[in-house]
Write a protein that binds this ligand. Structure first.
Ligand code: ATP
Ligand code: MG
Length: 565
């Protein structure tokens, strides 16, 4: 199977290769199978969307865009057991945030229940469906397996009249859940188990979020989905690989229900990521067990979580493009997603000074009570972002790790006798430190050279280390949250009992961080580079003007290398 290697989009050369879905679509258009392209994203409203769904959304939307077609958002809400209105709203918000514009084409499969019922009646009339009284266990038993052919149901040869009457009675509520089902009459000897008289309607006395108590029979996915597609004039029904074996049934349904110009199903591989949890089932469990702070906990890869963490739609689009469309399942390195957000933010965001693990630095020869402002570029690589003024004074906060009393080799930051650059301000030479009774450094001392304002010396003197700082007097105290992957793939995603093998260090909360006063204005979702510490985003849930909370989106560096071809 062909696997696409991620390549860096340079923007200069247009990618000419077409993925296999595009090739199929172009063939269909050329041969006149379809004269337009219509795609859809069909989520079941039973959870929040995740990065895998983002791939499906952007793929379907992208294809519609590319071929001048249309893209629908359709809720596949045919199973009332797990569906909730809360999820409908979150899914709509996520699709819109990703930029997949479905215009006025928002549909609900449940709006088609009457048409689906009609289709079922048509099948009965054609002798292609029958009401079956076998229990679920019996149906399973009769179905056989890969080696054994199935056995026909004793109810298979009921007359059309009897079937019509029983099916109507099913609808009217005469039967209990599981007492009767409607089955397609196809072929119990088919090598494809999906074709062995699949159940297409079941009795379920349950309220539906959209249709209320109108129905007590509900169509099965394999029957409902092709009909939904056909009703909406979908041309290419793109789904994931596990439905490949269902395709003959999909084709059977649209053919036997006599839809004109029926849609066709094309499968692609699901997107899996290393070191994260994508399955709805697992995410749900983490949420329900209180291990994470809701569906949008920044350690998750639900779209809401990625947004809260500080990912942008652009970065997710880039990620999806780089991953490409494959026909074989594989896992993508989480680091690729991080690469994409770094690339997206690199030139867009101001680079600020923030000290996450502070220790005080006192400049002994700096005038008491004096404050000044130094002007620094917002982004050295993008002059368009301009400059800003940062207050500087006698007492600063610096990172604890930027001072060492006894430095190892190649340590160029502060240690007694060493001169460094205080970023954008002055050269300063370390003179020593103060410690508490436990030997912890409480204050670092230095002297500065007033002739080095702006961070360079007139006499050509060089320093090897540059450290960032925040003036103590004007600093804003904030909380920073650092994240690691929620599961450690190296140790195995699952424990022996099937539970998730969670990384105990997936969240670190730092409550004594100091940032430049400029950051006091950060609003929810605003993001910045904190120099040397990574990209951070103001938390949309917990950040308040009097208590700012920043999520680390991603650190600045990674060992990750993108393959170039
Ligand atoms: P999950 O497996 O996480 O529970 P699902 O397949 O049950 O997801 P649906 O709401 O049925 O979720 O999916 C909506 C659409 O998203 C489907 O077309 C499905 O094929 C697609 N999709 C789901 N997961 C992925 C994934 N990991 N990669 C790509 N597409 C996906
Ligand atoms: Mg599903």
């Amino acid at each position: 199977m062909e696997e696409k290697t991620p390549v860096v989009e340079t923007g200069e050369k247009e990618t000419v290769s077409r993925n296999f879905i595009e090739q199929e679509i172009e063939k269909d258009l050329a041969e006149g199978v379809y004269d337009h392209v219509q795609t859809r994203f069909p989520p079941e409203p039973n959870g929040y969307l995740h990065i895998g769904h983002a791939k499906s959304i952007l793929l379907n939307y992208g294809l519609a865009q590319k071929y001048g077609g249309k893209f629908n958002l359709r809720f596949d809400d045919t199973n009332p057991t797990k569906e909730k209105v809360e999820f409908v709203e979150s899914i709509k918000a996520d699709v819109q945030w990703l930029g997949a514009d479905y215009e006025d084409r928002l549909f609900f499969a449940s709006d088609y229940f009457e048409q689906m019922y009609e289709c079922a009646v048509l099948l009965i009339k054609k002798g292609k469906a029958f009401v079956c009284d076998l229990t679920a266990d019996e149906i399973r038993e009769y179905r056989g397996d890969f080696k054994t052919p199935g056995k026909e149901s004793p109810y298979r040869n009921r007359s059309v009249e009897e079937n019509l009457r029983l099916f109507e009675e099913m609808r009217e509520g005469k039967y209990k859940d599981g007492e009767k089902v409607l089955r397609a009459k196809i072929d119990m000897a088919s090598p494809n188990i999906n074709m062995r008289d699949p159940v297409i309607y079941r009795v379920a006395h349950m309220s539906h979020h959209n249709t209320g108590d109108k129905w007590c029979i509900y169509p099965m996915y394999d029957f409902a989905h092709p009909i939904e597609d056909a009703i909406e004039h979908i041309t290419h029904s793109i789904c994931t690989l596990e439905f490949e074996d269902h395709r003959p049934l999909y084709d059977w349904v649209v053919r036997e229900c006599e839809f004109e110009n029926p849609p066709r199903q094309i499968e692609f591989a699901k997107l899996y990521l290393t070191n994260v949890v994508t399955g709805k089932r697992y995410i749900k469990k983490l949420v329900e067990d209180g291990i994470v702070d809701g569906w949008d906990d920044p350690r998750l890869v639900s779209i809401a979580a990625l947004r809260r963490r500080g990912y942008t739609p652009e970065s997710i689009r880039m990620f999806v493009d780089l991953v490409g469309v494959a026909k074989a399942n594989s896992s993508v390195d989480y680091a690729l997603l991080e690469y994409c957000i770094r690339e997206d933010l690199k030139l867009k965001k101001a680079r600020m000074m923030a000290v996450l693990d502070p220790v005080k630095l006192v400049i002994d020869n700096y005038p008491e009570d004096q404050m000044e402002e130094v002007e620094v570029p917002n982004n050295l690589e993008n002059p368009e972002l301009g400059t800003r003024k940062v207050p500087f004074g006698k007492e600063l906060y610096i990172e604890r790790e930027d001072f060492m009393e006894v430095p190892p080799k190649k340590y160029f930051r502060l240690f007694p006798g060493n001169e460094v650059r205080l970023m954008g301000a002055y050269f300063a030479t370390c003179t020593g430190c103060e410690k508490d009774e436990n030997g912890n450094v409480t204050v670092v001392h230095c002297t500065y050279d007033p002739a080095t304002r702006g961070g360079s010396s007139a006499d050509g003197r060089k320093v090897k280390g540059t450290i960032h700082w925040v003036a103590a007097k004007t600093a804003v105290k904030v909380e920073c949250r650092l994240y690691e992957n929620i599961v450690d793939e190296e140790k195995g995603k699952l424990n022996e009992d099937g539970s998730l093998n969670l990384n105990p260090n997936s969240l670190t909360v730092l409550t004594d961080c100091y940032v430049e006063p400029e950051l006091a204005k950060a609003q929810a979702y605003d993001s910045y580079q904190f120099m040397r510490n990574g990209y951070f985003c103001a938390d949309c849930k917990d950040s308040r003007p009097d208590h700012l909370v920043f999520n680390r989106i991603v650190s600045l560096k990674s060992s990750f290398k993108l393959k170039k071809d």
